[in-house]
Design a protein around this ligand. Structure first.
Ligand SMILES: [Zn+2]
Length: 265
């Protein structure tokens, strides 16, 4: 396993990328923080959620600031419609602009897969786990929003297998990365939620349980056939670093959303 995303700053903007993905030259990608946007109040500064306490103009401008830094065309973005399920959708050039500059027919989608260049996908997170996948041989990617419910449903593993079914992806050719999200240090749940995870991923703390979602997802990826050395873990807890990241738990829901973005070049 590889450790660490790279932190970039451009003016006031702060975002992260994955060294192993950059090195391939196959994708433009990144994960935003809360820093460097134009939103104010509880969604300050770089909120990417149109349905948070913010104006449409601010969110659209925030997308522009981030896309400009990543070299991605804002108006071609394809936005997810996340339901904390295991819906995986194949996207093509016909989907470009959906949710950002035109109406979207995308529903119940917590993961995208794509093998068309120039189709930038976005999933939204603020504690939930963003998972990046890249098939370096078949040139295809997957982008996953793996909150705890979707993690229980094994969405990361299912996305690798869907890439295999749709694009002929060999899991041994897949690079994977787990982005900034809530760490075991802060993902505290009651017994009913803890019971949905196997014992090795839990730590009992008083009456509560702390779940290690990162390890659950790493093991799901490996069980799909992704190699250990192909996985990069950001190891950044959004709650611990809530000055830099929106954290649903740290800010008690008064937050904007961050985005994981990727497109094939
Ligand atoms: Zn933490």
């Amino acid at each position: 396993m590889q450790k660490g995303f790279v932190r970039y700053t451009k003016g006031k903007l702060v975002y992260y990328t994955i060294p192993a993905f950059t090195k391939t030259g196959l994708v433009r990608h990144g994960f935003s923080t809360r820093l460097g946007g134009v939103s104010t109040g509880e969604t300050a500064e770089l909120n990417l959620g149109f349905y948070r306490k913010d104006t449409r103009e601010n969110v659209y401008e925030n997308f522009g600031i981030l896309c400009n830094a990543l070299g991605i065309e804002r108006d071609r973005l394809v936005l997810s419609k996340q339901e904390h399920h295991d819906g995986i959708r194949v996207i093509t050039a016909a989907d470009c602009g959906k949710g950002i500059v035109r109406e979207s027919d995308i529903t119940d989608t917590d993961a995208f897969i794509c093998n068309t260049p120039g189709v930038p996908a976005v999933v939204f997170c603020a504690d939930c786990v963003p998972v990046f996948l890249l098939d370096v041989k078949k040139k295809a990617f997957g982008l996953v929003h793996s909150g705890w419910r979707s993690t229980v449903l094994e969405i990361a593993k299912k996305t690798v297998l869907k890439m295999q079914a749709e694009f002929g992806t060999e899991p041994k050719d897949v690079l994977a990365a787990i982005g900034p999200s809530i760490g075991q240090c802060h993902f505290e749940v009651d017994a009913d939620v803890a019971g949905q995870f196997d014992a090795p991923y839990q730590k009992q703390v008083g009456e509560k349980y702390h779940i290690d979602l990162w390890s659950v997802i790493v093991d799901q990826l490996k069980s799909a056939g992704v190699q250990d050395e192909a996985i990069t873990l950001a190891e950044l807890c959004t709650f611990c670093h809530s000055d830099e990241f929106f954290s649903n738990r740290a800010h008690k829901g008064k937050i904007g959303l961050m985005g994981a973005m990727m497109e094939l070049i």
